[in-house]
Design a protein around this ligand. Structure first.
Ligand code: AKG
Ligand code: FE2
Length: 286
């Protein structure tokens, strides 16, 4: 098997340099500039920018079309890793211009399929990113750490009650426990310094996060693709912390573009605050 495969298995993540063509990255950046020209006034009015920048925009690829091509190129190049459980489809995406600045975490409590192989994160840089503008960090080998005591954590935050789909205090405590375990195991925190067009793939159990975005004059345009095989059930913390719950099979709606399946939809969500239909935002080709 190749270097990419070996690194992904051993480290729990891998960086693929020059994954996406420079032309496509430019086209995506042009389309995002146009998107902002048209939509900024409305976004500012609804307080959907942070420090003048887009942050945590869910499914921007419905409106900014070159992002769909980025998915195609990324899956082609990363195929041996991303298609290992079945051909990858695009489940959801996240777009950032201001870094996520998220503490180290596993994605599994929010992307839980009941077993291995349901989900992976694929991150593409549209800007050069380093310590100044919120680089992604990942803990080498943390995908192999065992689960902390889930029952104990559950009891601590939701005694005598069910865990809701989203519980920030429980999510934070779960990750803090893992960070502690990673420290004890002496695992290395890697800062992923990347150039535009580079791509990072992570195992859902790999601890990862974003550094502080210090230099706000620099943007950190990045596109994260949350990928799953077709019709993979995806549940949140209510299932992750209760393994007795039955996971039923599902049938999702998809559309096909350039040979790959994309989860169907026609709204873009800004910061989990406001959803705006694509018909209102417009479509941008780059
Ligand atoms: O882009 C980042 O800084 C982190 C994104 C992330 O954690 C995710 O999409 O799961
Ligand atoms: Fe994450």
């Amino acid at each position: 098997m190749s270097m990419i495969w070996d690194t992904f298995q051993k480290d729990g993540f891998c960086i693929i340099r020059n994954a996406i063509s420079k032309e496509l990255i430019s086209a995506a950046n042009n389309a995002i500039d146009k998107f902002r020209d048209v939509n900024d006034e409305n976004l500012i009015e609804h307080d959907l920018l942070v420090e003048g920048l887009l942050q945590r925009v869910v499914n921007l690829h419905y409106s900014v079309k070159p992002l769909q091509k980025i998915f195609i190129e990324a899956m082609e190049l990363g195929s041996e890793v991303v298609d290992q459980y079945g051909e990858a489809t695009l489940y959801t995406s996240l777009f950032f211009e201001l870094g996520s600045q998220q503490p180290l975490h596993r994605d599994t409590p929010y992307f839980y399929s009941g077993g291995n192989g349901g989900y992976m994160g694929v991150w593409v840089a549209l800007d050069d990113v380093d310590e100044r503008n919120g680089a992604l960090i990942a803990v080498r080998g943390s995908h192999l750490l065992p689960e902390p005591d889930l029952e104990k954590l559950k009891e601590q935050f939701h005694p005598n009650s069910k865990v809701p789909p989203s519980s920030t205090p429980l999510f934070n405590a779960y990750n803090e426990k893992l960070i502690e375990m990673a420290k004890i195991a002496n695992l290395e925190v890697v800062t992923c310094t990347v150039q535009k067009g580079d791509m990072i793939i992570w195992n859902p159990s790999t601890l990862h996060g974003g550094l502080e975005h210090i230099d706000k004059k620099m943007t950190r345009r990045s596109f994260v693709m949350h990928i799953t095989p077709k019709n993979m059930p995806m549940h949140h913390m209510d299932y992750f912390f209760d393994r007795s719950k039955k996971i039923n099979s599902i049938s999702r709606e998809y559309y096909k573009y350039s040979g790959r399946l994309f989860g169907a939809g026609n709204v873009v969500d800004f910061r989990h605050i406001k959803q705006i239909p694509v018909s209102q935002l417009g479509i941008y080709e780059g």
